[in-house]
Ligand binder design. Structure first.
Ligand code: SF4
Length: 195
């Protein structure tokens, strides 16, 4: 069968990769990641359902590429408990709580109660010093948000890669908080009885 012609949307994985690399050179680029946060929600809220996930998500494409094309995925079925509602909603609740903690830490720097911490927190546990970048051109809270947000993006990428290696390439999408949120928005919009 003839392969469908690729479109620009098929190359979003390049943008995701560039984003991750930019954060290595200058943490302030982490702010751009907010686009990956708001665009899926806007698309879903305006009736696009899971269009972002199905067409535009660079991370999903990247996992697919590494897992399928580079054959780094074991291609096993994801365990049932990771698919369950309680796990997906529980993980979303945990993820959002950690996101709020990150925002609160940003606020503390903004209010002057805390000093800027130039670290990346991986998997919500490990502090990695990230102090080779001069962030003095912006207010400390702007830099603090960038450190926090990049930590979130790196952490979810690591979880996505681990899940891709262990199971099927896009298994992360089963419990990805953005995917769960866009699904919830779509259900609330079109199928409120199924919530
Ligand atoms: S579930 Fe998450 S990682 Fe997967 S395509 Fe959707 S937004 Fe991207």
């Amino acid at each position: 069968m003839k392969k469908n012609k690729k479109t620009l949307a098929d190359y979003m994985w390049i943008i995701s990769t560039i984003y991750l690399l930019l954060g290595l050179f200058n943490i302030l680029f982490a702010w751009l990641g907010l686009l990956c946060f708001f665009i899926p929600l806007i698309i879903s809220a305006s009736g696009g359902g899971k269009k972002y996930c199905n067409t535009y998500c660079g991370r999903g494409q990247l996992l697919n590429l590494i897992g399928n094309d580079l054959k780094l995925s074991r291609n096993m079925d994801i365990p049932k408990y990771l698919r369950s509602k309680w796990f997906r909603y529980g993980f979303l609740a945990f993820f959002m709580t950690m996101f709020l903690v990150m925002l609160f830490n940003t606020y503390l720097v903004f209010s002057g109660d805390n000093e800027l911490r130039q670290v990346i927190k991986l998997l919500w546990t490990f502090n990695i010093p990230w102090n080779w970048i001069d962030t003095s051109i912006v207010s400390p809270w702007i830099a603090q948000f960038a450190f926090g947000f990049y930590s979130v993006m790196l952490t979810s990428t690591i979880l996505g890669i681990i899940t891709m290696l262990l199971y099927k390439p896009r298994s992360w999408c089963v419990y990805c908080p953005m995917g769960t949120m866009t699904q919830l928005i779509s259900k609330a919009k079109y199928n409120p009885n199924k919530l």
